[in-house]
Design a protein around this ligand. Structure first.
Ligand code: AMP
Ligand code: MG
Length: 337
């Protein structure tokens, strides 16, 4: 298949490109587009054949339901069966933005979208490209082969999906670099299904109590090909001590293995090890750490080392999201020091 690539300004995408891509979607094609979280692989929600193609192209199990993207609250009426009042409160505060809500499904939504569940996940994305395209409701999982780290640049997408989709809209690097936060509002209390780019504490300010579910039935694994170890500790406030322990573990491993470390600049400055270094950013900027994670996991595979070792972070605010992705990437190979 011929894949068209459109380069656009992330702030002011060309209307012609948007219109052309909406036409492709309406005809049942697949369009990859940037969102403020990661790149999405989009199909028109009400075209089950097109939606099915997403599962084929991504090699995603059909049991893993998709998120519907909308651009206006009115569109909720054709997606969900009923709209609890709290949705308007949440939307007022967080939409457009990286918050996905699970609600009772409108029977009109094809079963292939929701993996036959009677609920549906929906969000209003903030990225100007995504928001303009979502004038028609679009389902879009991350635009990667299932099991790979989510794509945060068009280059990542091209590596995974070139020749398999109709169009790719390239608007540079995605701002958050991690997926949306997902809350299931059909449960009482609401359940956090996946921590994401919106810190759960902020949603708690509106919802009150939220149950944190660590293992969901559709849990996704982002694993690099290179084996990855996370070094965690109970208390990161004594960072000197953590750095010393991290260094000693890596020195030991590097005796008979080629090692790469994925670390903050603060940790990199404190240790001296025989390993390649991939910098995640500063511990003082959780957004930066999240934004660089998936890119760093892809970089790890390019380095051709035997083993990656990655730093751990406190599970507070975006730290919860970061550690969720890191532990998944490591396949839960965790060393507590
Ligand atoms: P993504 O892979 O980023 O497209 O996110 C899709 C994820 O949203 C799934 O893996 C589920 O965790 C969640 N999800 C989507 N629809 C539902 C639903 N109806 N009920 C519960 N979780 C859902
Ligand atoms: Mg995904």
């Amino acid at each position: 298949m011929q894949t068209r690539i459109y380069k656009v300004d992330p702030e002011k995408p060309s209307d012609d490109v948007i219109e052309e891509c909406i036409e492709i979607l309406k005809r049942g094609g697949l369009v990859v587009f940037p969102t403020e979280t990661v790149y999405g692989l989009g199909a028109y929600t009400f075209n089950p054949k097109a939606v099915l193609k997403i599962f084929e192209v991504k090699r995603r199990p059909p049991t893993n339901p998709l998120i519907v993207h909308i651009s206006e609250l009115e569109q909720l009426n054709e997606i969900v069966a009923e709209i609890p009042d709290v949705v308007f409160e949440l939307a007022e505060k967080f939409w457009p933005g990286p918050l996905t809500l699970v609600l009772k499904k409108n029977p009109k939504v094809p079963d292939v979208v929701t993996a036959k569940l009677d609920t549906v996940a929906v969000r209003m994305p903030a990225h100007p490209v995504a928001l303009k395209l979502a004038r028609i409701p679009i389902v879009a999982p991350s635009a990667n082969i299932a099991g790979k780290p989510s794509p945060t640049t068009a280059e990542h997408v091209i590596k995974d999906l070139y020749g398999k989709v109709d169009a790719i809209i390239d608007a540079g690097e995605t701002p958050y670099g991690v997926e949306s936060t997902i809350i299931d509002l059909t449960k009482k209390p609401p359940v956090l299904i996946r921590p994401g780019a919106l810190p759960v504490e902020k949603i708690g300010e509106i919802l009150g109590s939220i149950k944190i579910q660590t293992k969901t039935p559709f849990y996704q694994h982002y694993t690099p090909n290179t084996s990855l170890l996370v070094i965690e500790t109970e208390d990161y406030s004594n960072f000197e001590e953590y750095a010393r322990k991290f260094e000693s573990v890596v020195r030991d491993l590097a005796k008979d293995k080629n090692v790469a470390i994925i670390v903050s600049k603060e940790l990199a400055e404190k240790i001296s090890v025989n390993a390649k270094v991939i910098l995640l950013g500063s511990r003082k900027d959780m957004y930066e750490l999240c934004r660089n994670l998936f890119k760093s996991l892809r970089r790890l595979d390019e380095l051709n080392v035997d083993l990656g070792v990655i730093e751990g972070f406190e599970e507070k605010g975006l730290g919860l999201t970061l550690m969720d992705r890191i532990r998944n990437a490591s396949n839960f190979k965790i060393l507590k020091v």
